[in-house]
Design a protein around this ligand. Structure first.
Ligand code: FEO
Length: 388
């Protein structure tokens, strides 16, 4: 285990979760990291911690640099347990440390840890604390992505520690963006935004505005790699995602019982392809809905299909639409389609759920039993007509 210095006297002391494959329902096939940072100045500061089961890894990293009982401040930028889970354990060692957190952070930590006996200092946007040669400035980032979320900024180092914002779930032995394939990082940053941050895009815009006035040459989030070479790129991607701006791209997500809905899905795909629109076709029986959401992030068109099963849609389709509803993308154009034997309720139900993300809808497509060649031609004409 080697020291990982990110700036003079500032160290990464987090934990690498190589085995993490599911983060409360979000598939994390590349694992993750929980990034904690140690600042050694006249005061010793630990910014965030790790999930409780990686406490020993964090402690060993800290011990290589300083005596952990000497920590003066623990900044809790975010209450969620992947970052504050090890605070009680480090406080057992650093008994005199003060926990610095936002007003909602104080409330959340007290609810989680029943910790009325902790030394706590509550900070707001604009507050700062001198630690010697450096100052810690605090910027509240409410709902990016919890009410307690906050960023810590160190102007002397041009270093921003924004917690979950700009993060990616990826476990790597490298720590910086110029040491890892940028395509993979962009994909994981997009997946993270789509599955965690997307519902809070309005607040992301405010946070980006607050951050734009800061001089920054390093963004060190609480998951994944640290941005130092591609800061402009990740900020401009966040601006795009937060504005719900999309590309000429379509996601077609469907399930099928006996192949009829699948046949419609392929016909819809053919039209998008003919029009030169990037298209992702995802059978929900075999596709991962967290991955589909990554494609939804920059897709103008969202098409969802299901046969009718027991007066409703297939459970896989319901799961996808429930995720979509919660993540709340805006301004897309939607298409509901499917097949049925009798009843045919699934298509109307899909339409209702899609409307929240899609103010504009194609005419819905509904076939009884099996589509004929003529019906498939009609499907194509409906999609073509809607694209005009
Ligand atoms: Fe990485 Fe919201 O916790």
């Amino acid at each position: 285990m080697k020291d990982i210095k990110i700036k003079e006297n500032i160290y990464w002391v987090g934990g690498i979760d190589w085995d993490l494959k599911d983060f409360h329902g979000y598939s994390t096939r590349r694992g993750s990291t929980y990034n904690a940072y140690l600042i050694v100045d006249e005061k010793i500061v630990l910014v965030d911690t790790v999930k409780h089961y990686l406490f020993d890894e964090m402690l060993q990293r800290i011990k290589k640099i300083i005596d952990p009982s000497k920590i003066d401040y623990i900044v809790s930028n975010h209450v969620e347990m992947d970052h504050s889970g090890a605070i009680p354990m480090i406080l057992d060692i650093a008994r005199n440390a003060t926990v610095i957190t936002s007003p909602n952070g104080e409330k959340g930590l007290k609810k989680h840890f029943k910790c009325d006996n902790w030394n706590m200092k509550v900070v707001n946007t604009g507050d700062s604390i001198n630690i010697g040669k450096r100052n810690l400035h605090f910027v509240l980032m409410q709902m990016v992505h919890w009410p307690d979320s906050m960023a810590t900024y160190i102007p002397e180092e041009k270093l921003l520690l924004p917690n979950d914002a700009f993060g990616q779930h990826i476990a790597t032995s490298e720590r910086f963006d110029d040491e890892v394939d940028l395509g993979i990082l962009k994909e994981e940053a997009a997946k993270y935004y789509a599955n965690i941050v997307l519902p809070h895009s309005k607040q992301v815009n405010s946070a980006l505005e607050a951050v734009s006035s800061l001089e920054v040459d390093m963004i060190a989030p609480s998951h994944g790699i640290i941005w130092r070479q591609n800061i402009g790129k990740i900020i401009s991607l966040y601006k795009k995602w937060a504005s719900n701006s999309t590309d000429e791209k379509a996601v077609i997500a469907y399930d099928t019982m006996w192949g009829a809905t699948e046949k419609i899905a392929h016909a819809v795909k053919d039209v998008f392809e003919e029009k030169g629109i990037t298209t992702v076709l995802a059978n929900l029986k075999t596709s991962d809905i967290s991955d589909i959401m990554t494609d939804v992030l920059d897709s103008k068109y969202i098409c969802v299909g299901s046969p009718t099963l027991n007066n409703g849609m297939m459970p896989t389709v319901a799961a996808f639409l429930t995720l979509l509803k919660g993540l709340a993308p805006e301004g897309r154009k939607g298409l509901a389609f499917g097949s049925y034997g009798w009843g045919g309720q699934s298509i109307g139900q899909i339409e209702e759920m899609l409307k929240e993300a899609c103010p504009e809808m194609f005419d819905s497509i509904k076939v009884q039993y099996v589509p004929t060649d003529e019906f498939i031609e009609d499907v194509k004409n409906i999609v073509k007509g809607g694209l005009r």
